[in-house]
Design a protein around this ligand. Structure first.
Ligand code: NDP
Length: 271
């Protein structure tokens, strides 16, 4: 019999996906905590938030398409999540539900392992939820950020909301004007042959991809071939999960164990 009542954490998402459960459960085991993480596939995000309260779920990850819609049903929103306009983490402390965005921290922590961001010229490709988090994080770290996106309307809105420059369509990206380029589109995710910056890279660039399946995307492979330094989407993913562990447990996250669990699961999923 367990020595304590187990604590429940989980994720609400459109279609359940095993990766977060593997990462979180590996962390809880390593920390010696009687926590269990369960993936809930739901269709009603408002009922999902009510269930957190009813069941006393300690922490809930939120995936697309629910990252914005849950916000008005929480008790408080962290400042960063408010500016980004998306919550991917709900922290339940004594019945008070606070929404956070850990994606932006994941991106910044992953990039800062490779270089300082202060005054760096950063090109972000994309204008969806991930791009908003990446742009916000880079601006917080005092980088000079330019956004490129297929749809100019969405790109301009993101740029003006967050205070970045609007660059235009990705075909107008010129490598010599930047130190870092980040693919924050969905191109390349579960698409091992798709590279949104095909032929546009140069060797001086640091190249990051938010796509995390496959681990080495076509973009990262081309960048490595040119001699660029690279930052993978898996590194961002594990760093954002570390912040969730910190929030849900108050303990330092065992990043190496979490990364190993993540990579094993991606390999098992065969991407
Ligand atoms: P959204 O649907 O909100 O945005 C998608 C973006 O991709 C838009 O900018 C869209 O452009 C662009 N895009 C889609 N298809 C194409 C195409 N064929 N050509 C050019 N641009 C295209 O998605 P998210 O922002 O939520 O997610 C983006 C990626 O980030 C996903 O792969 C997701 O898995 C990943 N992600 C990774 C995380 C990590 O920790 N590594 C965390 C969160 C997300 P347009 O505006 O013109 O439609």
């Amino acid at each position: 019999m367990p020595q304590s009542l187990p604590t429940l954490c989980g994720s609400i998402m459109g279609s359940p996906f095993s990766l977060s459960a593997k990462i979180h459960n590996a962390a809880y085991a390593a920390l010696g905590l009687d926590y269990t993480f369960v993936c809930f596939g739901i269709e009603d995000p408002v009922a999902g938030v009510a269930a957190i309260r009813t069941l006393g779920v300690r922490g809930m990850n939120v995936s697309m398409p629910y990252k914005t819609v849950v916000m008005e049903h929480l008790d408080a929103i962290d400042e960063s999540a408010l500016v980004i306009g998306a919550v991917n983490t709900i922290n339940n402390v004594d019945g008070v539900l606070t929404g956070y965005n850990t994606d932006y921290l994941g991106a910044v922590r992953a990039l800062q392992e490779v270089c300082e961001l202060n005054k760096k010229r950063v090109a972000v490709i994309g204008a969806g939820g991930a791009a908003r988090a990446v742009v916000y994080g880079c601006l917080q770290a005092a980088a000079r950020v330019t956004v490129f996106n297929r749809s100019s309307e969405r790109g301009k809105v993101l740029s003006s909301d967050l205070g970045a420059h609007w660059g235009g369509g990705v075909e107008t990206f010129a490598a010599q004007d930047f130190d870092i380029v980040i693919n924050a589109t969905s191109v390349g995710f579960k698409q091992p042959d798709s590279n949104p910056l095909d032929g546009l890279l140069a060797s001086h660039l640091i190249v990051m991809d938010v796509a995390f399946m496959p681990v080495r995307t076509a973009l990262l492979l081309q960048a490595a071939e040119l001699g660029c330094r690279t930052v993978s989407g898996t590194r961002m993913l594990v760093h954002q999960a570390c912040r969730q562990i910190e929030l849900y447990t108050g303990m330092e996250a065992p990043i190496d164990i979490m990364e190993q669990a993540m990579l094993e699961e991606i390999q098992r999923l065969n991407l």
